[in-house]
Design a binder for this molecule. Sequence first.
Ligand code: NDP
Length: 247
Amino acid sequence: MIKNKNAIITGGARGIGKEIARTLAENGANIAINYRNFNDEIKAFVEELNSMGAKVLTFKCDVSNEEEVEAFVNEVKNVFGSIDILVNNAGITKDGLLIRMSEKDFSDVIDVNLKGTFNMTKAVSSIMVRQRFGKIINISSVVGVAGNAGQCNYAASKAGVIGFSKSIARELASRNINVNVIAPGYINTDMTKVLPDRVKEEVLKTIPMKKIGEPREIANLALFLSSDLSNYITGQVINVDGGMVMH
Ligand code: NDP
């Protein structure tokens, strides 16, 4: 399905992004991931992906920095020759109620989650347009669809990712580039581990399936959206959330 396709997964060294990278590599793709600080976990992960037969490229890049993004994307194009799949997964939270939220906490989250997605997509789409092929998958959140008290910055960034994706899906459709959004619910990663038990219990009550999702559940949809099986799907937002938010 995606054998020998070249994929960039931002934030691919941890959590959901790592599982997406692993799943795409298991299915034959070559993998490029960025990091902010190289560490032993990333080194071991590269070895794991190599052992599956994947070519792997790692590059220091903060997605909110346009120059670093351009350098990263150029390096992937030079080393791999093409960029077939882009997964904009890197994201952060800086939670707080609106009345107590600093402008910096608002801007930081927008800069990484929304501007980072813009920076990466702009740089990669010019390559995909020339190739007349591409699969772009943006990771939003059910919070971007439904809102969440204490996360107005995060919800705005993730709602922004949805509007951005629908717009570029329209711009790029005629160039054989699909753009879709995955909106995960509550997934078991570092991002959610830090939440107090009280909050986790409240969240569980809102999930009809009564369980927290695993990164593989997001990765399975990313694989489908990366593959030819999803060729007639573009501009869509698909929730993976155990039924937490229904449209
Ligand atoms: P993690 O916190 O586990 O991982 C986040 C990843 O993003 C890390 O690899 C991190 O790199 C990277 N990253 C953060 N900031 C930047 C930056 N400025 N430039 C480059 N990379 C950066 O998060 P999750 O795996 O849980 O989340 C992945 C995505 O899924 C995010 O977009 C998140 O909003 C979304 N999501 C997660 C949900 C969940 O329940 N976990 C629910 C809904 C959506 P580093 O190691 O350098 O920090």
